[in-house]
Design a protein around this ligand. Structure first.
Ligand SMILES: C[S@@+](CC[C@H](N)C(=O)[O-])C[C@H]1O[C@@H](n2cnc3c(N)ncnc32)[C@H](O)[C@@H]1O
Length: 302
């Protein structure tokens, strides 16, 4: 959806001869590179919570020192992150939520049910936040069930939570395969061995990752900071992969439209073409929404 994101962001560049964009999710840097290539004179503040992604942004800065400013930060702290590099207002803010393929492929991070790794799942493994293993060791059964149900939309959430709690009394769940084994053991009899479209642990892993990183709260807080730093005519674009994330974006954009501080640019979310899905199956659940800041002052709670 690179072309669509660029089409949403590019008009914001007309506001300034040297437009500044914030890529809140630098990842492997594909989106930042496209902004630099296609928007002349642009500069990108490149945020990521993952130090490995920030190291990639630093490598890009070596090539384009004046145009890339890497910042190691969670986008929930967007205002502080921009202040730390002396940036007050910007022309556009973009989010490409979730994980990069590099994070998924690194078994040691604990994000993927395929491969053996410690149950970490923190976007920033250098932070002192609790890991997925710590969460599973300490949360009450009901809390674990709520996380798996609400973030993972998993109908076996209660059975999976019960199985996790049963197993942890014998021995803590430490690795991705410990969690996969618990999820598989919690499958209802008829479902075991059934050929489904997704692995039975997919939703549980997604839900835990979202809880470990407080992803929905972080997104809501970040959007509040984004609207406050975007200049009139500036744009915010968000690609999400999860219905909960899309709901946060949709409701926030609608609230801004009602208060007059931003105009929604995408009445319905844009979705990838069949060709893009064929080339990159992970893109199938992507939704892109965009909004444009107006000149109206921000009300206190916008
Ligand atoms: C889907 S990847 C981005 C891919 C990127 N657009 C590219 O072209 O390579 C998502 C990235 O966002 C980062 N991320 C996710 N949530 C974040 C957060 N709350 N704060 C900062 N970075 C975050 C992840 O660490 C990951 O590197």
């Amino acid at each position: 959806m690179l072309d669509e994101v660029l089409a949403l962001l590019s008009p914001a560049a007309k506001q300034s001869p040297l437009p500044v964009f914030v890529d809140c999710t630098f990842g492997a840097g594909g989106l930042t590179r496209s902004i630099l290539e296609r928007i002349p004179g642009s500069r990108v503040i490149a945020l990521d919570a993952d130090p490995a992604a920030v190291a990639r942004a630093e490598a890009l800065r070596e090539q384009q020192p004046r145009r890339v400013t890497p910042v190691h930060a969670n986008f929930a702290q967007l205002a502080d992150a921009l202040a730390s590099v002396g940036v007050g207002s910007v022309n556009g803010v973009v989010y490409d939520l979730g994980l990069s393929s590099l994070q998924l492929a690194d078994a040691a991070r604990g994000f993927a049910f395929a491969g053996e790794g410690a149950l970490d799942m923190r976007l920033d493994p250098t932070s002192d936040a609790a890991t997925a293993a710590q969460l599973l060791a300490t949360a009450k059964e009901g809390e674990i069930a709520d996380i798996i149900f609400e973030f993972g939309d998993e109908r076996n959430a209660r059975r999976i939570a019960r199985e996790i709690v049963k197993r942890r009394t014998r021995s803590p769940l430490r690795t991705t395969s410990d969690l996969v084994a618990a999820v598989l053991a919690a499958q209802p009899r008829g479902a075991r061995g059934k050929r489904g479209t997704i692995h039975p642990a997919t939703r549980t892993f997604l839900a835990l990752r979202m809880a470990v990183n407080a992803e929905l709260d972080g997104l809501a807080r970040s959007l509040e900071a984004a609207i406050a730093c975007v200049q009139p005519g500036g744009r915010i674009a968000v690609i999400s992969f999860h219905s909960g994330e899309d709901r946060v974006v949709k409701h926030q954009f609608a609230a801004w439209r009602r208060t007059g501080v931003a105009e929604t640019l995408t009445r319905k979310p844009l979705t990838p073409t069949q060709t893009e899905i064929a080339a990159n199956p992970r893109s199938r659940s992507a939704k892109l929404r965009g909004t444009q800041r107006t000149r109206a002052p921000l009300p206190r709670s916008a």
